[in-house]
Design a protein around this ligand. Structure first.
Ligand code: KE4
Length: 427
């Protein structure tokens, strides 16, 4: 059986780990079937416990943008490890990566390292609340900013724009301070501000959304958010956990030319080790402890191994000639060629793409927000996912996730992918 060992391991894992996984999306609940247990990864490929090999379009949900186990990063981590794993003291290396990032990303003067994207986003809204003295935040349906209580909020019923808890354990007291709008719905944003004058501490947005599938800002949406924040003394937070160092070295701020007041990072910034970060101007960041009163801390924040993995990854990206052209061109080619095959098969679909992020919606019309993403044919996606998996192509196991294209994907991998799409049969 193709997935015999994974099946055995999944049964055992469920005895000791909730749902058998340490993060829900890995359990294949959305696509069905048994999650594949990986044992190694190199370049563009994953190898599972049954020795099946896959072209990887998750890349650890973004971090492996230069390809898995890159020799430069591996050597850097090995060398760093010989000096110790974590000290809990300041280290020169933390200053080196902070300097490198603040000098190469627009509009940020200081950066605080944490250990996950959740921690980065959670800390950023606390800082925004502390800086503005306000309690409400505005987020967008379909955007994911990690599992902090303030973000696990679903739209209120009807016209209500205050949130309701989207998970047991999140209190109504927390939910009331999170306002929700539809992505790209400028009128609704204006209405929310009119109904909550001078009460909103921050807007937090994925500048290119990747957690409802890939959904792009339209009609200068980001610039409009910048303007309404300026007019209301509200901070604009770009959650660049996915887009940071992926869309460009300066992320969505660089691509769209819109200045955020705070930017959060994760994934690529750690090169596969646990790192998150949030960054902004001196005026805002100086409010953070120990300099300011807004408390935030972390035992393993800035630990040397993770900093070395992140810095060596970022340095490769910065120094590699045409890095972004390559991953963007690969993604464009996949978009075009897959689209051609699906059209030949007469399968209605929309491919949303920005830079090296893309996703396929089996849908007849465009997808510009979460409602439209939900209207896509997700059972067809699940069928597509499993047929590609069986043919050695590992896609994100949900129609609500973006693909992450890595620099290690070349013509061979593209051809394998297209071959698998050509074999796709649907009832
Ligand atoms: P983490 O806490 O998972 O490091 O980051 C949370 C987060 C914050 N902001 C954005 C835009 C994100 O995409 C994420 C995490 N992304 C998911 C993938 N959809 C991580 C995969 C998972 O949950 O296992």
């Amino acid at each position: 059986m193709k997935y015999q060992r994974s099946s055995e391991l999944f049964s055992e894992a469920q005895q000791y780990i909730p749902g058998g996984v340490n993060s829900p999306v890995r359990a294949f609940k959305s696509v069905g079937g048994v999650p594949v247990f990986m044992k190694s990864a190199k370049g563009a490929y994953l190898t599972d416990e049954d020795n099946n090999s896959y072209v990887d379009y998750i890349n650890s949900w973004g971090p492996a943008i230069i390809g898995h186990t890159h020799p430069l990063v591996l050597q850097a981590i090995q060398k760093q490890a010989e000096n110790g794993f974590s000290f809990g003291t300041p280290t020169e290396l933390e200053t080196e990566i902070a300097k490198f990032i603040t000098e190469n990303v627009p509009n940020i003067e200081q950066i605080r390292m944490v250990s996950s994207g959740t921690e980065a986003c959670m800390s950023a809204i606390r800082l925004a609340r502390g800086y503005t003295g306000r309690e409400k935040i505005l987020k967008f349906e379909g955007c994911y900013h990690g599992h902090s209580d303030s973000f696990l909020i679903k739209a209120g019923s009807g016209a209500a724009t205050f949130g309701n808890p989207n998970s047991p354990g999140v209190t109504q007291g927390t939910a009331k301070d999170t306002l929700l709008a539809k992505y790209n719905d400028w009128e609704q944003v204006q209405e929310i501000f009119a109904n909550n004058p001078k009460e909103i501490a921050a807007i937090i947005i994925e500048p290119v959304a990747g957690n409802m599938g890939c959904v792009l800002p339209e009609n200068n949406f980001l610039q409009k958010l910048r303007t309404i924040c300026d007019d209301n003394g509200t901070l604009l937070i770009f959650d660049e956990v996915m887009t940071g160092f992926r869309l460009a070295f300066g992320g969505a701020q660089e691509i769209y030319g819109v200045k955020a007041d705070l930017v959060t990072y994760g994934k690529v910034i750690g090169g596969g080790l646990p790192v998150g970060a949030f960054a902004g101007t001196n005026e805002v960041m100086d409010c953070l402890a120990p300099k300011g009163a807004v408390y935030q801390a972390g035992t393993l924040s800035g630990n040397p191994l993770a900093m070395r993995a992140g810095l060596s990854t970022l340095q490769f990206i910065k120094n590699e000639k045409n890095f972004y052209n390559k991953i963007n061109n690969t993604t464009e080619q996949l978009d075009f060629e897959i689209g051609k095959i699906l059209n030949e098969k007469g399968i209605a679909h929309k491919i949303n793409r920005k830079g090296s992020m893309m996703s396929i919606f089996f849908h007849t019309h465009t997808v510009s927000n979460f409602d439209e993403a939900q209207q896509a044919n997700h059972s067809l996606f699940n069928n597509f996912f499993h047929q590609l998996l069986d043919n050695g192509i590992y896609l994100p196991p949900s129609g609500y996730e973006t693909w992450f294209i890595s620099h290690a994907i070349n013509d061979d991998e593209i051809n394998k992918t297209l071959e698998a799409v050509r074999k796709f049969e649907y009832a």
